[in-house]
Design a binder for this molecule. Sequence first.
Ligand code: BGC
Length: 400
Amino acid sequence: MTALLLAALVLAAPPGETRPSTEILSGRVPPARLIKLTRGINLSDWFTQPPDDPEKHLDPNNMAKDVALIKAMGFRHVRLAFGDATVVDPQTPAILNSEKMKRFDAALDMLLAADLAVVVDFSPGHDYKRAIEKDDAAVENFVGLWRALAKHLASRDPEMVFFELLNEPVMTDSARWNVIQKKALAAMRESAPRHTLIATSAEWSECYKLELVEVVADRNVVYNVHYYDPVRFTHQDAPWVGDWVKGLRNAPYPSSPEVVAKVLDGLPDDTARKLMINYGKEKWDAAKIEEILAEGAAWGKKQGVAMTCNEFGVYRKAPAADRNRCIEDTRKAMEKFDIGWCMWDYAGDFGVATGKPGQRVADADTLKALGLMSGKPKSRPPLLKGGRKFRNSLKERKGY
Ligand code: BGC
C-alpha cells in the first residue's frame, strides 16, 4: 500500500469516528471482519429472484420475522442480493432511484439492528452480466452504479457492511474481468475507503478459475468463490441446470458404485442411469470436497488474501440425511481452511428454513450440519415458541 493511500485512509475517518484499524493500515482485512464473514446465509429472495408474491416478502412484518429467525438460528451475517432494478431505473442505470433506496435502506437498517452483518451483493440478471461481457458502455454503467451505491452506503459501519462487486460473473474472459473488477473496486473506494470489498473470479466464481484472477493492490479485499460440487448431487434433477442432471433423483451422498446401484431402478431413463453410474464411479465424499477447497485455499495463501465461499448448499429434493451430510462436509472443509462461508440459501429451494413468508420455520437438521445447533433443540429459539415445530419438508420449486 502506498504512503499516499495510507494517508488517505487516515484522513478519511469521519470526525469522532475511530481511525482505520491497524490491520487496514498495514493492508489487511481486520480479523474481526473475517469472523463476521463466517456463518452466513443468503437472503436471496428479498430483492432478487422475485417470489410469486414479492409484496409478501417485502412486507415489513414478514421481513422482521425472517430477521428474527435468522438471528435465532445463529447466523452472523446475511448476503443480501439485489438486482439493478432494486436501486436504479433502466433509463438511468448509474443513478440511484431515491424511492427505491428508501426500501433498500430500511431492509439494511432492519438487519443491522438485529446485529447481523450484511454483504451487499450485486446480483443482476443474466442479460446484465452478458452485456458487460461485450459492451464497454455497459461496463461504464456497472462501474457508475457501484460508484453511486458505495457513496450512498459509505456512512454504514465498515465492521458490519461489506460490498460485493458482482454475483457470479458469467464471462469466460478472465483478462477482461480483471480489468472490469479493478475499475469497479476503485470506484467503490472513492467514497468508501474503509469498507471491506469482495471480489471474485470470472466464470461463475468457480474455484478453478482463481488462478486467473489478478489480485488488486488494495489489500482490504476478500476473494470469493462459489462451491457446488458434486453438482450431480447438489443439483439433482434441478430444472435450471438441464441435461447434466436431468432425471437424477435420489442421488446419494457419499457416492460409490455400490450405493448408486440401489437407486438405478427408480430412474426415468437410460440417460439418467448413465449419469448416476458415473456419479457413483467418481466416489464423492468429504475427502474429495476437501481436496478441491484446499486448492482454493492454497491460492489465497499464495496470494496472501482472505477467502470466502458465499454460495454452497444442496437442493432440497436430495435425500434429506445425505443432503445434510454433504452440507456438513463442505462447511467443515471451509472451516478447516479458514474460508468464510455463507450457505445458499435462507428459504428457497436450498433453504435452511421452509414455509411461506411470515410462517417460516428452521430445519434443525440442516442447522446441525452447519454447526449451529446440536441436534433437536431442547429449548426452542424464540420465534419457534408457541406450538410451531421444526420440520423437514421439500419446498416446491419457484420455477425460473
Ligand atoms: C442462483 C440461484 C440458484 C443457486 C443454486 C444461485 O447462484 O442465483 O438461482 O438456485 O445458485 O443453483
